[in-house]
Ligand binder design. Structure first.
Ligand SMILES: O=C(NCC(=O)N1CCC[C@H]1C(=O)O)OCc1ccccc1
Length: 706
């Protein structure tokens, strides 16, 4: 209805007159019901105009074939020892899901242990979380369908390969952690959830309970080990300690800070409901992540009084805060990303230094550094090792390195050796180069950015640019290998740029806080100034620059396009958070208030309204138009529900669709049997990348060079 635009403008004007916040028009509220005939018709109508545009792209077939060719390389996880065997995931190249293999030794012939490709015709069922018993006799694994956050948990006997009969339902946001008597697991369940739980619903998730399931029994017999009935939004993380004598319970109410409780466990003793909990941390003021324990001394990675994180040892039998001991003090610059106990009395620590990883071995008793493992400039994407084993594995990757798995037996060898070096046929990394620059943002803050081009790139502004960013939730966007990006660089002579904008965790809590709450505009400024840097330094021009982001990054794209439509030629927003006044009402959205603020709080409401993509679509002044836009989402995305994208594309098309100067297309594509991204089958990933690159090529008039 036209009225919303006029009222919108009037409301904007009115707002400056009155002090109280004015009511906001929300004419596409009806799109919030995914099951209504109107919404289904709207989705079909959007796909009906977008798909022909994407398939009409003349470079599409070349793009698709090249993506498929490059994608077809073997991918491996680090091996991990369970019982007397090694297990590892492998994807031969184009399989929809990686297959779990088992072998007696690292050199012996692997056998298929579990192949999730057999769980569905189209590969849309994925193994997402799993855990072996201490003795390796039973494998518990979570399955996700169509990319939903909902899990079913299954059990498999590793000796007989027989499945146990029970399937645990209504599991979400859950760890799987075994008691060391191999009898059962603790897991998180939303047992009160009403209605659909297939990921197409938008209902909020409340009242998670930590349950205990004894293998071989039915879920209805499970006990509620821990619950906080007065805290419906809490999610109850839990971990059985390395020694098996404690259960560490870490409730979280949003996406930062957690409490710490513990309770003793006795092997072989029945787990009863409402376990007696001792509270060690009683305020939400920091992250505490269990690492290991030495008898009653539990080691946590925390940012308490340590924005770059540190390791602290807390004696569970004497846990007053003044008795806590720093095992690994905070590093002045580098961020402690994770730590894992290995080889009895050691731990591996992984740091982020200027967005690259450093891997070190430390003494568990003193915290002292024992050695550094040599690494190229890039990212440690996988690690496996345990306190009870002296052998460790870690996987390295970067923009131009598909993957290298190293291993070292800390009791035997001096230097790590390469266990697997992954090659991509018909890809020559020596033709490309990665650089890291630090550009100045609007407030002169220096922001790191990776830039990847062909070696012979000339900075004359003729290259098309693809600028990616995220900027939130303490997440660090580190170098990884992407076939899609390499096709863009190689066949469109493109420049890839990844801006580590504020809100992420690249420089610890300081960087995260600099992009939170009332500082969120810093993240958007950083993103826009990254674009300006690329243009001013001749990497590309605005007309040839595509801005891309997913989820919280999709929000950033939506904001930057509204604020500076002139800076970009195209914009790709995947599964974006676009309605900042209502995000907290759906599925797990209420957890995001720790970065965004709560829209029910007037001062946050005003702040969110200022940048909410849905509420800031305006006809640009002069001859400026919006970039070509492609919004992507999917019908089973229950992390960021599709309504965000549907309401935004409706508003964009209504506000700009009839404006004569708006020549660039404004599209949304809604996929089916897909979700937020986790567990997406290879065929769907290749299809999505084909759509993205085809859209960019078609919209910016790029030629595919063979
Ligand atoms: O909501 C989040 N994380 C934040 C998140 O996913 N966000 C935050 C904004 C939109 C979206 C994204 O950027 O992917 O995690 C929920 C969760 C998952 C697993 C275990 C416990 C809790």
């Amino acid at each position: 209805p036209r009225w919303h635009v006029d009222n919108h403008v009037n409301l904007q004007a009115a707002r400056w007159v009155t002090s109280t916040p004015t009511p906001i028009s929300d004419p596409y509220r009806w799109l919030e019901d995914p099951d209504s005939p109107e919404t289904k018709a709207f989705v079909d109508a959007q796909n009906a105009i977008t798909k022909p545009y994407l398939t009409a792209c003349k470079a599409r077939d070349n793009i698709h074939d090249r993506l498929k060719q490059l994608w077809d390389f073997p991918k491996y996880s680090c091996p991990a020892k369970h019982g007397e065997k090694y297990y590892f995931y492998k994807n031969s190249g184009l399989q929809n899901q990686s297959v779990l293999y088992v072998q007696d030794t690292l050199e012996s012939e692997p056998k298929v242990f579990l192949d999730p490709n057999t769980f569905s015709e189209d590969g849309t069922v994925a193994i997402t979380s799993s855990s072996f018993t201490e003795d390796g006799s039973i494998f518990a694994y979570g399955l996700s369908k169509s990319g939903s956050d909902w899990r079913t948990i299954h059990f498999l006997n590793t000796h007989t390969s027989e499945k146990y009969s029970e399937i645990l339902e209504k599991v979400k946001f859950s760890s799987i952690t075994w008691t060391h008597d191999n009898r059962g697991i603790f897991y998180g369940q939303y047992r009160d959830q009403q209605g659909k739980t297939d990921g197409s619903e938008t209902l909020g998730n409340e009242n998670q309970k930590l349950c205990y399931h004894v293998v071989g029994t039915s879920q209805s017999d499970d006990v509620v080990a821990v619950e906080f009935p007065e805290e419906p939004l809490w999610r109850i993380g839990a971990q059985v300690s390395d020694c098996g004598n404690w259960l560490i319970v870490t409730p979280r109410k949003d996406c930062r800070d957690n409490l710490v409780y513990f309770t003793p466990l006795e092997k072989g003793k029945e787990v009863k409901n409402n376990l007696p909990l001792t509270q060690v941390v009683d305020k939400f003021e920091a992250d505490y992540e269990y690492v290991t324990n030495i008898d009653s001394k539990a080691v946590f990675r925390t940012n308490k009084n340590a924005p770059n994180y540190k390791l602290v040892a807390i004696d569970l039998l004497d846990y007053e805060q003044h008795k806590w001991v720093d095992l690994l003090p905070e590093h002045p610059e580098n961020v402690l990303d994770w730590a894992e106990a290995v080889d009895g009395d050691k731990f591996v620590a992984c740091y982020i230094q200027d967005v690259k990883n450093i891997l070190q071995l430390h003494c568990l008793n003193t915290g002292k550094v024992l050695r550094t493992f040599p690494l190229d400039l890039g990212t440690v994407v996988g690690f496996s090792g345990e306190k009870k084993y002296s052998e460790i594995f870690y996987q390295f990757t970067s923009f131009l390195t598909p993957g290298i798995i190293y291993t070292i037996d800390l009791k035997k060898e001096e230097e790590p050796r390469i266990l697997r070096e992954i090659k991509v046929k018909d890809f020559d990394a020596s033709l490309y180069k990665t650089s890291q620059i630090f550009y100045k943002s609007k407030d002169s803050t220096k922001v790191p950015m990776f830039i990847v081009t062909r070696n012979d790139a000339t900075l004359d502004g003729t290259m098309p640019g693809l600028l990616y960013g995220y900027g939130g939730f303490n997440a660090s966007i580190q170098p990884t290998f992407s076939v899609t990006r390499l096709v863009f660089i190689q066949h469109f002579n493109g420049v890839l740029a990844v801006a580590n904008v504020r809100g992420g965790g690249e420089y610890g809590e300081r960087w995260h806080n600099a992009g939170r709450f009332f500082n969120r505009q810093n993240a958007f400024d950083d993103f826009q100034y990254a674009a300006k840097y690329l243009v001013e330094n001749g990497y590309t021009t605005s007309a040839k620059l595509t801005i891309q982001g997913g989820s919280n990054g999709g929000l950033a794209v939506g904001v930057c396009v509204n604020q500076r439509p002139d800076l970009f030629g195209a914009a790709i927003a995947q599964v974006g958070v676009m309605d900042m006044l209502r995000f907290h009402k759906f599925t797990i959205g209420s957890a995001w208030v720790s970065d965004y603020g709560n829209p029910d709080d007037p001062k946050h409401f005003e702040n969110l309204l200022k940048y909410s993509p849905l509420h800031n679509v305006r006809i640009p002044q002069d001859d400026i138009q919006y970039p070509a836009m492609l919004l992507l989402t999917a019908d089973h995305d229950d992390r960021v529900v599709p309504l965000h994208t549907l309401k935004l594309i409706a508003t964009l098309q209504y506000t700009l669709g009839n404006v004569s100067k708006q020549k660039n297309p404004l599209f949304a594509k809604i996929d089916t049997k897909a979700g937020h991204g986790s567990g997406k089958p290879t065929m769907k990933m290749i299809e999505e990348s084909t759509d993205i690159l085809s859209f960019i090529a078609q919209s910016l008039g790029l030629e595919f060079k063979l």
